[in-house]
Design a protein around this ligand. Structure first.
Ligand SMILES: [Zn+2]
Length: 69
């Protein structure tokens, strides 16, 4: 009484590049913004006043070897 059950093969439809492109652009811009805040958000290039953003990403800055102080 051993019948092998075979599930029907799932057919995966390819995702068109046109559908992925906006998400790729969004992800790329988000990554660039994250790199900016970690690597350059201080001093003369700071967009936000104060030291909040610098202190928030300070450990990440040292972890990624960005010059800090
Ligand atoms: Zn530092």
């Amino acid at each position: 009484m051993s019948k092998a059950l075979s599930a029907p093969a799932a057919s995966l439809a390819p995702i068109p590049v046109r559908d992925i492109l906006p998400w790729l652009v969004f992800g790329g811009l988000f990554c660039l913004l994250a790199i900016y805040f970690v690597g350059a958000e201080q001093g003369a290039t700071a967009l936000l006043p104060g030291h909040f953003m610098h202190e928030l990403v300070h450990d990440g800055r040292h972890l990624l070897a960005f010059p800090c102080h």
